[in-house]
Design a protein around this ligand. Sequence first.
Ligand code: NAP
Length: 296
Amino acid sequence: MRLLITGASGLFGSKFAEIAATKKYEVYAGYLRDRPSCGVPIQFDVSDKNQVDMAFKKISPDVVVHAAALTDVDKCELNKKLAWKINVEATKNIVEAAKRSYSFLVCISSDYVFNGKTGFYRETDRPDPINYYGFTKLSAEGLVKNLREYCIVRASVIYGSTPAAGKINFVLWLFNKLKRNEQLNVVTDQWNSPTLNTNMAEMTMEIIERKLAGTFHLSGATRINRYDFAKLVAQTFKLDSDLIRPITSAKCSWFANRPRDSSLDTAKAQEVLENSKPLPINQALERMKQELTPFM
Ligand SMILES: NC(=O)c1ccc[n+]([C@@H]2O[C@H](COP(=O)([O-])OP(=O)(O)OC[C@H]3O[C@@H](n4cnc5c(N)ncnc54)[C@H](OP(=O)(O)O)[C@@H]3O)[C@@H](O)[C@H]2O)c1
């Protein structure tokens, strides 16, 4: 199987490429600035139609996992043109190329397609984004649905044991701060379903191996607010949780609105997947601890 991953230098894509490379697949790792360390690196700009077409011509992929995106929620709000170009126009390029090469397309999407009023969203619930990032992700989903063979994978607050795409994720940020005995503020009024990239990558692997179509919520299994999540991280790594101070999001100078509760219901994945399931938060953090142990 020839597998093309876009965003293979990112938080999800780098872990997915790492796992895919251990299998008997030809893995092509798409990137723009940060050269991926797993798979055959292929540099192209997903928002440039010619570059996308050339990459597809060269690889002729059986499966494409499209994870490249502009994921900075505030940047998307501030630079809507750029957000549309990278999250929507690029997906259009990928969809059209996938159609021509008869590739099975897995598109990575987000819990931010929901408005966050109720939480614990199922795949069948109506999206209603409240910020521009969520709007672009929903628009991209709409394009993907024009294909005959596709899967949309939604996740929520992805974290992992390695920095990726030149930045660290929430858990690593927290871990580094607590290790240095620094105080930090974390919001109490935002709920998500934090997703360990390793768990998400393994579940996505099953999606492509079984060619499961439709929409799947492949997040972690636990709905939790950021503050409690942070406390749990401190407990797991035996760090001082008193350094974590509760605040409300009203105190944050974010530019974009955030959904209050964008947690995802993973019942469908729990039922359909056979090899790996959405992990409860304690198990996921223990897994991350194992991954980090050699470096601690
Ligand atoms: N992070 C989260 O908490 C979260 C939550 C829910 C859903 N998601 C979704 O999950 C997917 C993966 O997110 P992530 O956090 O793993 O991403 P990330 O770490 O922010 O990395 C973004 C990736 O996109 C690539 N990229 C950006 N612009 C590109 C362009 N014009 N052409 C080619 N590649 C480009 C980057 O490549 P270079 O680094 O090489 O430039 C990088 O590999 C995205 O679809 C995101 O919307 C993320």
